[in-house]
Design a protein around this ligand. Structure first.
Ligand code: C5P
Length: 213
């Protein structure tokens, strides 16, 4: 049974904490990114963890030179349980983050192919190579799209690593199209379909039940 990760891309601290309180019984992990951290500060990660005691991943899609990546990882992983990085910048940049994460026993998750339509333009042509690189570097997980189930399957087969997969809900991806590709170590990411709904708690419960079947 894959796990449920909430993408909490709201712009207000109080709203974020209210949603976490509502959905905490149904989500296994929470992903925060620039929308929430730039509007509320990185300490929101600490506040979310205190409230729900769930894994919190920072989706910063880090893509810089090794020295800068290292600094970003040090600051982020002070609070977060994991950090998402880009692989297209090269092995050395990813390794710099892994070195920090290993010392702190935290996760590094690497993007292969993104879930939006524009990803076919530049990322998709190199996504299989990125999956091979992720396998070689033994990152903790990769990001691959649930909006393209056949690509999700190919990338997962290549990397042979846990997958976190965005695109279900608002981007058109469907749980039923990907559930058979995933296993217990994988995460399905759902954002707007939960936090923008009239009843986030009910929606989170619905997705959790879909993943349990
Ligand atoms: O609201 P929605 O369910 O589309 O949220 C998906 C989340 O996953 C967003 O936080 C988005 O930034 C992120 N993401 C994605 N595609 C990727 C990597 C991350 O949609 N390849």
């Amino acid at each position: 049974m894959p796990k449920l990760m909430l993408a909490l891309d709201v712009l207000d601290r109080d709203e974020a904490l209210r949603i976490v309180e509502e959905v905490k019984d149904y989500v296994d992990a929470i992903k925060v990114g620039y929308p929430l951290v730039l509007s509320s500060g990185l300490e929101i990660v600490k506040d979310i963890k205190k409230l729900c005691n769930k894994e919190v991943i920072c989706d910063f899609k880090v893509a810089d030179i090794p020295a800068t990546n290292e600094k970003i990882a040090k600051v982020t992983l002070k609070y977060a349980d994991g950090i998402i990085v880009h692989g297209f910048v090269g092995e050395d940049s990813v390794k710099a983050v892994q070195d920090v994460a290993k010392k702190l026993n935290k996760k590094v998750i690497m993007v292969t192919e993104m879930s939006h339509p524009g990803a076919v333009q530049f990322l998709q042509p190199i996504a299989d190579k990125l999956a091979e690189m992720a396998k070689k570097l033994k990152v903790d997980a990769i990001v691959a799209p649930s909006t393209r189930p056949e690509r999700l399957k190919e990338i997962k087969n290549t990397a042979k690593l846990p997958v976190i997969t965005p695109g279900v809900g608002a981007q058109g991806g469907k749980v039923e199209d990907i559930i058979n590709i995933l296993d217990d170590n994988d995460y399905v990411i759902v954002g707007r379909a939960i936090y923008q709904s009239k009843n986030p708690k009910e929606e989170a419960k619905k997705y959790k039940e879909m993943l349990t079947k």
